[in-house]
Design a protein around this ligand. Structure first.
Ligand code: DC
Length: 213
């Protein structure tokens, strides 16, 4: 079974995807982390994440040890990820890794921007998770503050809006719901309520046969 969970930054898709994987006994892949690893690798080498040659080389080398790097979740790594993600050769280099992961037993939940449209158009169920930009900025602000980063709410909101614009307007695999995606708006939902709604939506597609006892 493959479940695709797409949506903009800080919509809650990562938390939902992890919980869905546990619920259905599937593996989980945070595909944004692959773009973050690629962007961070370019930055650490002193390069520009918007440089197609440097970015493609980093995507091909895909140094997964960087998944443990302390800067992986910073706003700067997110911005670098969004830049490398707009380069077609980077997306092509990361595509097979994601497909192979999805098709290994017992199946997987993948979260990202183009899982339902490009990576796994054959997914059994597709969620498109959204939330208002001000709410997403508040969540990201709280998360960064809790980690001890000194952040400014207005700057976080501006960054989220810039990333939305870049991720939605790029020529290749832009952020967009698949035609058969189920829409979940988490603006007014706490995580437990969002999770219950996600399960309800998924089971409206696949039935409840896959849930672990
Ligand atoms: O979900 P995230 O913030 O970790 O993602 C970082 C960036 O990676 C995001 O701005 C867009 C890009 N991305 C993408 O283009 N396609 C995906 N499947 C996942 C992420």
């Amino acid at each position: 079974m493959i479940i695709a969970v797409d949506g903009p930054s800080a919509s809650g898709k990562g938390t939902l995807a992890r919980r869905l994987a546990r619920h259905y006994g599937l593996k989980h892949l945070d595909t944004g982390a692959l773009y973050r690893v690629t962007g961070l690798a370019v930055r650490l080498a002193g390069g520009d994440p918007a440089d197609p040659v440097a970015a493609e080389a980093a995507a091909r080398a895909l140094d997964l040890s960087l998944l443990e790097h302390p800067d992986l979740r910073t706003e700067d790594a997110g911005a670098a990820a969004s830049k490398v993600a707009a380069i077609p050769a980077v997306r092509a280099a990361l595509l097979q890794f994601q497909r192979d992961f999805a098709h290994e037993a017992p199946g997987a939940v993948l979260d990202g921007r183009d899982i339902g449209t490009v990576v796994c158009p054959e997914a059994d169920a597709k969620l498109f998770v959204v939330a208002r930009a001000d709410i997403r900025a508040r969540r990201r602000f709280d998360e960064l503050s809790a980690r001890g980063d000194s952040v400014d709410y207005a700057a976080v909101l501006a960054d989220i809006e810039a990333r939305d614009a870049r991720d939605s307007s790029r020529a290749v695999a832009p952020l967009a719901p698949a035609d058969d995606a189920l829409l979940l708006d988490t603006s007014e939902l706490a995580i437990d309520a969002a999770f219950s709604e996600a399960v309800r939506l998924i089971e409206s597609r696949i039935g409840s046969r896959h849930a672990r006892p």
